[in-house]
Design a protein around this ligand. Structure first.
Ligand code: C2E
Ligand code: MG
Ligand code: MG
Length: 547
């Protein structure tokens, strides 16, 4: 506050000195007027201007007396009003600065709130919940205390969503959140970390019974039916429990093991369960793989493969889609469909996406250096598109690999946009502004909203392979594909058909006016080295610049 007072006093001093300058000018003008007036009176009375005449005029002329007082009036009035004006101006600037500052602060607070909270329930989102667990682990470690994490799953959420739609199912999630917050000791310890999974952090537990009792209370609280649109909706819940430090020492391991416990809880009679290492043998492979994925990148077990995209009309090689592969030492080759959803559930996906972007950009830069003009397509997951840092991550990778944004096509899916349209749209717009192009992947499989499609700055629409594979034999698929191509062209988008497995399908697509084909008929996804060899002998050649 002292600082503010000093600032105001300084401002007043500066402004006052400026206004005082104007007051001095006023006084100077008044003095000059007196001299001229005295000289004129002297001339009028004596016929010439002399000191005697001026002195006489000064003593005898009443009008001059009044004029003589004016500099003093000006001086005093100038000083007085300058002080007032300067003070008012200073105070005004000060008030406005304060207002601007508090407005900026509240905007900042709002932005950080939306980045850390879930829009539907207002609960902390995954990032904030993980952060809180990390803090809790630090203090539990220093004080030798225990803590538990409970994952609460709304098991029949998909049914509820499919039957009641998004708005009503969001209302149910909100009610679930409220009931959970009322069961736990601290309202801050509840989060929503996935579509149908809530998380609860229980601090300072004495033994395992504390968490089990809480799990029972949670289930009792979620037992009574929920009311939405005058309907009674029953929620079936399961609860998985892990304890720190017994089951893991970091948040990722703990949440992963809570996931295993949740899986076993769903199979149990009680609907809740504490993690036990023996569960790993019974749980699906994906649950145990989750913790291994973290090291897979460092151990060089991940590879990026490239699948060619060919322009149907010209026969020119248009580009390649980067598809990640995991070569597991024990399980062999693992498809991305198995580990990407897994990575999305933990914070691994950011790490994975950044790594894929780096590899793909490096390889694309290599093609361009050799004069081979290819567009590189990279898949982004839903969680990437919720990350406000994504544009900066991509800009950083692009700069370090010397790639131009116009060489890149970022593939996004309908469902990844629909889960949080506003936030996603903002991130997409930022990247678009930086020169990156977007493609809507797996078109036709999600809950499409044409209204949103129009809002997105898209360049390409990719028809999902489930409509393309059987195109020449299924009349239904043929109608869908043809209509989608027309729709895309009406929206000024280029169309890629994925899953092209035969010449017949390629010919049909050509008849429909489809722009680009991708599929096993052209080539399976290949390693970078294989892709380069394939390019040398393939019927489809890239555009080459002479450099
Ligand atoms: P997607 O982006 O739709 O990729 C096309 C998938 O179709 C690839 O599967 C590709 O191998 C497969 N495919 C291509 N041609 C044919 C064909 O003629 N017939 C059939 N039956 N399939 C074909 P893949 O590589 O297993 O990838 C599956 C999905 O995993 C991808 O679908 C994409 O959604 C995701 N994915 C792959 N790599 C990444 C990545 O680096 N990041 C993210 N976020 N997702 C990725
Ligand atoms: Mg794709
Ligand atoms: Mg696809």
């Amino acid at each position: 506050m002292d600082f503010a007072k000093n600032l105001l006093a300084d401002n007043v001093r500066v402004l006052k000195s400026q206004v005082t300058k104007t007051a001095y000018q006023g006084v100077a003008i008044a003095v000059v007027s007196i001299i001229i007036a005295s000289a004129l009176v002297s001339y009028y009375h004596t016929g010439h201007i002399s000191l005697d005449g001026v002195a006489k005029a000064q003593t005898e002329n009443y009008a001059l007396w009044i004029l003589d007082s004016i500099p003093f009036v000006f001086g005093f009035w100038g000083q007085y009003s300058s002080s007032i004006i300067a003070y008012q101006a200073g105070a005004m600037i000060f008030d406005q600065t304060q207002e601007l500052r508090s407005r900026a602060e509240s905007l900042e607070k709002q932005a950080s709130y939306t980045a850390t909270h879930d829009g539907a329930t207002d609960l902390p989102n995954r990032a904030l919940f993980y952060d809180r667990v990390e803090q809790a682990i630090l203090s539990a470690n220093s004080q030798n205390k225990l803590l538990s994490i409970l994952l609460v799953e709304v098991a029949n959420f998909k049914e509820i969503y499919d039957t009641l739609g998004r708005n009503s199912s969001d209302l149910i999630l909100k009610q679930v959140a409220t009931r959970l917050q009322n069961v736990v000791v601290s309202r801050d310890s509840v989060g929503r970390i996935d579509g149908n999974i809530f998380s609860v952090l229980l601090l300072d537990t004495e033994d395992e019974n504390d968490a089990v009792n809480l799990a029972k209370n949670i289930q009792a609280a979620l037992e009574p039916a929920f009311m939405v649109e005058k309907l009674h909706v029953a929620v079936h819940s399961n609860v998985g429990i892990v304890n720190f430090p017994m089951h893991g020492e970091d948040v990722d391991t703990l949440v992963q093991k809570a996931g295993v416990a949740l899986f076993m809880a769903a199979k149990s009679h009680e609907g809740y369960g504490i993690y036990a290492p023996s569960f790993d043998d019974h749980s699906p492979r994906r649950l145990t793989l989750m913790s291994e994925l973290r090291q897979a990148i460092d151990k060089n077990q991940l590879h990026v493969y490239y699948q060619p995209k060919v322009s149907i009309r010209t026969g020119v090689l248009y580009g390649a889609e980067a598809l990640v592969r995991w070569e597991h030492p024990k399980h062999g080759f693992i498809a991305p469909d198995e580990f990407i959803p897994m990575a999305e559930r933990t914070r691994m996906i950011k790490h994975l996406t950044t790594w894929v972007l780096k590899e793909a950009f490096l390889h694309c830069a290599d093609w361009h250096r050799r004069g081979i003009e290819l567009t590189i397509s990279v898949n982004l997951s839903a969680r990437d598109l919720h990350d406000p840092e994504l544009p900066d991550v991509i800009a950083g990778v692009a700069a370090s690999t010397a790639i131009k944004p116009s060489w890149v096509m970022l593939e996004i899916t309908e469902s990844s946009i629909m889960s949080d349209p506003e936030r996603t749209l903002e991130i997409i717009q930022r990247l678009h502004g930086m020169g990156y192009r977007f493609s809507i992947d797996d078109f036709g499989t999600g809950y499409s909203s044409l209204a949103y499609l129009k809002k997105l700055p898209l360049t390409e629409l990719k028809i999902d392979k489930s409509f393309v594979g059987d195109l020449s034999h299924s009349e239904n698929d043929a109608v869908i594909v043809n209509a989608t191509i027309n729709l895309a062209h009406n929206l000024a988008l280029q169309v890629t058909a994925e899953g092209v497995e035969s010449q017949e399908v390629l010919d049909t697509l050509k008849n429909y006016g489809c722009d680009i084909a991708q599929g096993y008929f052209l080539s399976k996804p290949l390693s970078f080295v294989e892709f380069n060899q394939w390019m040398q002998q393939a019927e489809w050649q890239p555009v080459k610049l002479n450099n």
